[in-house]
Design a protein. Structure first.
Lengths: 114, 114
């Protein structure tokens, strides 16, 4: 089945220690998104790629970076995680950005910062 | 900019009873509306969406929603709930000018009581 895969499902890191979260997709979609979802809050868009074009949300901290080496993979790098970065990180994809394009979400990676 | 309000953070319902989860939105332009469901420790799954046409939209798992432009609402309903419907439900909005960004509400936790 075509899907969005996130690894690992659970990640523990130490305060200030860089961490990378991974997302892959078998849908061959052009757009890949990263959302941050803190406990009992709505998912918040951090940034997205349309093919190789990177689009950062204005309020995304510089501490968060992303890479998309090819169509299938997208990475979220947190350069110096703080306690406030503990959250569920959701990856999503869509074929395009047209009116009928639906976003498909992966299962998420829950990040704990010690 | 758009915003979404989900007035009820938690809704307990007895099994086989009907349920309505409320969603109101605010936008200066026309929008597309979505409902997503998130089961424990999983990503978001699309339940249904309104793009245009009939204001009553039917989705998966027996859910439906009605778009009411005058009241800027998009309430989700199910006539008879099951234990398996226990989950978090998110309403989301996207403008129809090609902006791919989804703005989510804070979610409603639906708990089914046996």
């Amino acid at each position: 089945d075509a899907m969005v895969i996130q690894n690992p499902r659970y990640q523990v890191t130490q305060f200030g220690k860089p961490v990378t979260l991974s997302c892959s997709q078998t849908l061959n979609h052009n757009v890949m998104y990263w959302y941050q979802q803190k406990s009992s809050q709505a998912p918040k868009l951090l940034f997205h790629y349309y093919d190789k074009d990177f689009n950062n949300e204005a309020d995304t901290p510089d501490n968060f970076q992303s890479r998309r080496p090819n169509t299938s993979f997208c990475f979220l790098d947190i350069r110096s995680p703080g306690l406030g970065d503990a959250a569920m990180y959701l990856c999503a994809t869509s074929r395009g950005t047209g009116r009928t394009d639906t976003q498909y979400f992966g299962p998420g990676t829950r990040l704990t910062v010690l | 900019a758009q915003s979404v309000t989900q007035l009820d953070s938690q809704v307990p319902v007895f099994e086989e009873a009907p349920v309505e989860l409320r969603c109101n939105y605010s936008s200066s332009v026309s929008v597309y509306l979505f409902w997503y469901v998130q089961y424990p420790n999983q990503g978001l799954q699309l339940l249904l969406k309104y793009l245009s046409g009939s204001t009553l939209v039917k989705g998966i798992n027996g859910f439906e929603a009605e778009f009411n432009k005058s009241q800027t609402s998009f309430h989700l309903r199910k006539p008879s709930v099951h234990i398996s419907d226990t989950a978090e439900y998110f309403c989301a909005v996207r403008d129809n000018f090609g902006n791919e960004k989804l703005t989510f509400g804070t979610g409603t936790r639906l708990t089914i009581i046996p």
